[in-house]
Design a protein around this ligand. Structure first.
Ligand code: F6R
Length: 596
């Protein structure tokens, strides 16, 4: 999804800071990029394609200026072309604007501005903004007033940054789209996400909806859109810039898969008392829910499906919902606690579902990786999964940390009989994941089945969401068809698709009734000649019916889902690697999906 960077106070280096910042935002997904620098003139360079294409364009002409803004665009209105790339300009080429989000009333504004004689050069919704500013300037407003007046006319979601020729300031505003200020001793930064400037500073200010910032080489000022001063606190981010580099791994995804033991330890740190068999989430206050709705998308939805089972097992009526469905057709909420599970905390569908729940009087809790994210700020409560920044578009470590965090939450708000065993299972989890990372034979499986056109994943109970997640990972980074099923459902239709060309990954741990029944389903696919890969701890006899085995250590049944999933992450990763796919930035996908 789109990314913004801005910089004031780095004379002579502004362009480098902007381009470096854009490269740090690549993980959000984009299809064009551009920069604008303002000094006595306004200098703009933008192009469809990748940051390297922008670098190439900049070699021919290097804009200079004391303040600047940059943008990576992920198309929403109009295709990825040079013209549609940001920054967008007014008719006089004196105002440059970058924007994330969607301006819902842009068509009406564009019609009005076109009738008044403005010439549009792009298909974007964003381009109305510089033209509105141009009009306000022509009517005598000073630069700051002109930007405020323009912003006041926008409906929808936006993080906007503006520079103008002859003005050594950046103006910025946000509504429903993140924007954060960075402060170091001599310079100031603006970005849609901290990694854009984290190499320069760890001191940040999160802007809230309806706020307006003015940034120059000497400082910053934050007000409401109407100009009322707002006191902001400066936060310190607690992760290292190193964490956003690849540290020798070929891909961020692989690095993040390997970071899981550490991420899990961070999630658990200070929250469990093993001796007492208790979890301490006192900072969440008293939740005591009578019912729970979990809303989420994609991988986070799979974590939500898993968590709903935990709460149900503890006697609390709980259900997981796709956030996009919940937002437009919510079920009766009653006095349920509504939990948004969202790595980024910025997913538009999840925010919309949470807002709908709040409108209906529900209490809300964000389970998120991103401190200061919109979900964290808007919900009544926030629980952080502490996985550290995840750059690869495909979620890996955040899924594992979500599962760990939701286990803690379930222990904290329900009285589960075997709390001590669950806690000790959680304590052993980082080591079990490490064991898989050290011994996995997933690469061999990838070699064996890299040419298959279709993959199926089956599991029951807590392994059902793992089957869904295994399939999602496979399809998003290999571009091959993959589907996850509740193991018992296979015979109700999908079995018709099972042939000797469709590898079936079966997740079976333990030797309880669920395991026995899943082994029965494995026999059904084996009888249709499908190759079977069993992801198993060896407790059942599933290996007898499998062509390959991916071993997982013997763990508590609650955490077996995480370790099994790590094997599937590795299979998807190696398959995509062998196929030469763009693993960290799969086609058509974005890290943070900020549109509905
Ligand atoms: C898949 C993936 C997506 C996200 C989904 C929700 O690998 O990353 O399916 O899980 O877009 O994102 P968050 O968790 O940020 O709300």
């Amino acid at each position: 999804m789109c990314g913004i960077i801005g910089c004031a106070g780095r004379d002579g280096e502004t362009l480098d800071v902007l381009v470096h910042g854009l490269s740090k935002l690549e993980y959000r997904g984009y299809d064009s990029a551009g920069v604008a620098l303002a000094g006595s003139d306004l200098d703009v360079c933008k192009t469809a394609g990748e940051i390297d294409d922008l670098r190439a364009a900049l070699e021919e002409r290097s804009p200079s200026g004391s303040v600047g803004i940059g943008h990576t665009r992920w198309s929403t209105h109009g295709p990825p072309t040079d013209e549609n790339a940001h920054p967008h300009l007014d008719c006089n080429r004196e105002v440059a604007v970058v924007h994330n989000g969607i301006i819902e009333n842009y068509q009406a504004l564009r019609d009005e501005l076109s009738t008044a004689g403005h010439e549009f050069r792009s298909d974007t919704d964003t381009e109305v903004v510089p033209h509105l500013i141009e009009d306000a300037l022509a009517d005598g407003a000073d630069p700051e007033e002109a930007v405020r007046e323009a912003i006041a006319r926008l409906e929808g979601s936006y993080a906007v940054s503006v520079v103008m020729s002859g003005v050594d300031r950046i103006f910025a505003a946000r509504n429903d789209s993140p924007l954060v200020l960075g402060i170091d001793d001599e310079a100031y930064y603006l970005a849609s996400d901290v990694p854009a400037f984290r190499d320069h500073t760890d001191r940040v200010i999160y802007l809230a909806d309806g706020e307006f910032a003015v940034v120059d080489a000497d400082g910053y000022r934050v007000t409401t859109l109407d100009g009322e001063p707002v006191e902001k606190t400066v936060d310190t981010v607690d992760w290292d810039p190193e964490e956003t580099g690849k540290s020798g791994y070929d891909h961020f995804m692989l690095k993040e898969i390997h970071e899981q033991p550490r991420a899990l330890r961070q999630c658990l740190r200070g929250r469990v008392d093993e001796l007492a068999g208790q979890v301490d989430l006192a900072d969440l206050g008293d939740l005591s829910p009578r019912g729970i709705h979990l809303v989420a998308c994609g991988t986070s939805y799979h974590a939500a499906v898993y968590a709903a089972q935990l709460f149900q097992q503890a006697g609390i009526p709980a259900q997981a919902f796709l956030a996009s469905e919940y937002a437009t057709s919510p079920p009766p909420i009653g006095d349920a606690l509504v939990i948004g599970v969202t790595q980024s905390g910025e997913t538009a569908d999840t925010l919309s579902a949470l807002r709908e729940a709040r409108k209906r009087g529900a209490r809300t809790l964000a389970v998120t990786n991103t401190v200061g994210s919109t979900a964290a700020r808007e919900c009544d409560h926030a629980m952080y999964i502490r996985a550290g920044p995840e750059i690869g578009v495909a979620a890996t470590k955040t899924f594992s940390s979500q599962i760990a965090a939701l286990n803690l939450l379930a222990l904290a708000i329900t009285s589960v009989g075997d709390a001590r065993e669950v806690i000790s299972g959680l304590r052993d989890l980082p080591g079990a994941v490490q064991e898989i990372l050290d011994t996995s034979t997933a690469r061999k499986i990838a070699e064996a089945y890299r040419d298959a056109e279709s993959y199926f994943f089956i599991g029951r109970g807590l392994h059902y969401p793992v089957a869904l997640e295994g399939a999602l990972k496979m399809k998003e980074i290999t571009y091959k068809h993959a589907e996850g099923f509740a193991a018992g459902e296979l015979k109700h239709g999908p079995l018709a698709l099972v042939t000797q060309d469709t590898p079936v990954f079966a997740i079976v741990t333990g030797d309880d009734e669920q395991a026995t029944k899943t082994v029965g389903n494995v026999k059904e696919v084996e009888a249709r000649d499908a190759p079977v890969v069993a992801v198993t701890d060896g407790a059942s006899d599933v290996e007898r019916y499998a062509d390959h085995v991916l071993e997982v250590p013997d763990t508590h049944r609650r955490v077996a889902a995480v370790v099994a999933n790590v094997q599937l992450q590795l299979v998807a990763y190696h398959t995509a690697d062998m196929l030469g796919r763009s693993i960290d930035k799969p086609r058509n996908l974005a890290k943070s999906v900020t549109v509905e």
